[in-house]
Write a protein that binds this ligand. Structure first.
Ligand code: ADP
Ligand code: MG
Length: 334
């Protein structure tokens, strides 16, 4: 008998990833869709669409249909998923006939939001759709022993949100989700450059500045970067040099709110599990975990060891793909 193929989808605010057990990661693309607003036609999805952001004529808009980890635009999300499924079957070299899909949902999402995600995936021809809480998927993807009665702390800094969760015995014991993630840092940088230098920069430029010279609140040798934008006074293109110290100041408040969320989650931890946290530490994942110095900074702030997940941008997708086997095991052991 044929068993249908099983795939795991990480439907992130910034990136969408598809993982299969046999072939590994088959899709890894930005969750961006370019649409012609006159005809409502989808022009491009993923990398191609992201390249269009801020560079297209007025009738073409690039949309990120997932906001704060949940579906903000249902139709566009469904269209995006359909394109992604098509790309996935191309990669696999075989049509995806009624796959079994596991998709992760943010721990802070409501049942209506979870239902919307599940329905959108079903619309794309999935035979059955199972949902898994994102922090649990991240923990499985980071090879943590989630099925044991041990506290595993996951801090997932994504594009739209940061989620902090304590997982033990296959479930979430306590969690906090805030709507501050990597995108907020990009916004902070854009605002700062605009206020201080009267220079308007695009979303991609802000993200590049963050990745190249952005630092968490740690001491570091000052580095500089040339950035380009539009002078708000003259209206002309202009290049300025910016320092990593300035950028550090610009993102400070957002980083502090991430620490607050971590503290709040640890404070909710049942005392029996607190000892595990001191021994085992906290695992950082999500693209935001790649910010320079963030491991060291968080560890200093909370006085607990902090470790970076093996592949922070991929651990949720890997965990989602692996979770089917894990779910069966968990059900058996209960
Ligand atoms: P989501 O799960 O919401 O799709 P991801 O885990 O894919 O989010 O992370 C995306 C975020 O990580 C973006 O805000 C991106 O700018 C940020 N990011 C990616 N690489 C780096 C890096 N090297 N330094 C800092 N931030 C990064
Ligand atoms: Mg994510």
């Amino acid at each position: 008998m044929f068993s249908s193929i099983q795939i795991g989808i990480d439907l992130g605010t910034a990136n969408i990833l598809v993982y299969t057990k046999n072939k590994g990661m088959i899709i890894n693309e930005p969750s961006v869709v370019a649409i012609d607003i006159h005809t409502n036609q989808v022009l491009a999805v993923g990398e191609e669409a992201k390249l269009m952001v801020g560079k297209t004529p007025e009738n073409i808009v690039a949309i990120r249909p997932l906001k704060d980890g949940v579906i903000a635009d249902y139709q566009v999300t469904t269209d995006m998923l359909k394109h992604i499924m098509k790309k996935a079957s191309k990669k696999l070299g075989t049509p995806l006939r009624k796959p079994s899909v596991v998709v992760c949902t943010p721990s802070g999402s409501t049942s209506v939001e979870r239902r919307a995600i599940s329905d959108a995936v079903k619309q794309c021809g999935a035979k059955d759709v199972q949902l898994i809480e994102e922090p649990v998927a991240a923990a499985i993807g980071a090879d943590l022993p989630v099925e044991e009665p041990i506290a595993n702390v996951i801090v997932d800094i994504g594009g739209g949100t940061t989620e902090v969760a304590i997982i033990s015995f296959g479930g979430v014991v306590s969690c906090h989700s805030i709507r501050v993630g990597g995108d907020q840092l990009d916004d902070d940088i854009t605002q700062f450059v605009r206020k201080k230098y009267n220079l308007l920069i695009g979303y991609r430029t802000a993200e590049n500045i963050k990745m190249e010279i952005g630092h968490a609140l740690v001491d570091h040798p000052e580095v500089f970067m040339d950035i380009r934008g539009r002078d708000l006074v003259t209206g002309l293109p202009k290049t300025i040099e910016i320092s990593s110290y300035e950028i550090q100041g610009a993102v400070k408040d957002s980083l502090l709110s991430i620490i607050e969320a971590i503290r709040a989650t640890l404070e909710d931890c049942p005392p029996e599990l607190s000892g595990d946290i001191v021994d085992r530490g906290v695992i950082l994942t999500g693209g935001g975990a790649l910010l320079h110095g963030i491991e060291e900074w968080i560890s200093n702030e909370i006085s607990v060891p902090v470790h970076l997940a093996p592949s922070p941008l991929e651990s949720v997708a890997i965990g989602t793909g692996r979770s089917l086997a894990m779910m069966k095991k968990l059900q058996k052991s209960k």
